[in-house]
Design a protein around this ligand. Structure first.
Ligand SMILES: [Zn+2]
Length: 192
């Protein structure tokens, strides 16, 4: 059976994360959320709602910098550690998954993550839902053009630069994608 993984970056967001959880819940689909530590710290109740709904939560750094531009291993590690701390404090036990901001990494970033016991996860089907304006149909079409078997889909429930940026297309596209891929016989799984 073909598998598909839905991943959501840059939350938790005050406006969009909870509506997204409703869609996932309605279809009984578990997804993977890569959260920004400073948003977890300021919106703990939303991060906890994601965790208690059974979704996997991974590290997306504390401040969302381009890690490849940080000069020292310590600076990179600080970003990972601060996010780990925020996640542990707010949701407790969580996954060891890590996604670098923008998906950008280099051997130095990979090594620091490895030493910290984190597993780096990127994607192969980008919905480009961060380039707006875009309709849910546009997002669905883009993803469908890239999905194969065992694809990891990238969507966003937040935006690293501001709270409440429009993610309506992302939430709506989730509905479309779940219907489409359930119909096509895919199994929705979390990152592993
Ligand atoms: Zn991001």
């Amino acid at each position: 059976m073909s598998k598909i993984v839905l991943t959501y970056d840059d939350g938790p967001d005050t406006r969009w994360t909870l509506p997204l959880l409703e869609v996932l819940e309605r279809h009984n689909v578990r997804a993977t959320f890569f959260m920004i530590g400073r948003f977890v710290a300021t919106r703990p109740e939303i991060a906890r709602a994601v965790a208690s709904a059974g979704h996997a939560i991974g590290n997306h750094t504390f401040n969302h910098p381009d890690l490849t531009r940080l000069f020292t291993d310590t600076q990179i590690d600080d970003e990972l550690e601060q996010c780990e701390r925020a996640l542990t404090h707010v949701v407790g036990a969580h996954s060891n998954l890590f996604r670098p901001p923008y998906g950008w990494s280099n051997p130095k970033v990979e090594n620091v993550a490895l030493l910290r016991g984190l597993k780096m996860v990127k994607w192969d089907a980008d919905g480009e839902d961060w380039i707006l304006p875009k309709s849910a149909k546009d997002v669905e079409r883009l993803i469908a053009s890239k999905v194969h078997t065992d694809s990891i889909v990238l969507l966003h429930d937040g935006y690293h630069e501001e709270i409440g940026a429009d993610r309506s297309a992302s939430v709506e596209a989730t509905e479309l994608l779940i219907s489409r891929y359930k119909r096509e016989g895919f199994e929705f799984v979390q990152c592993w």
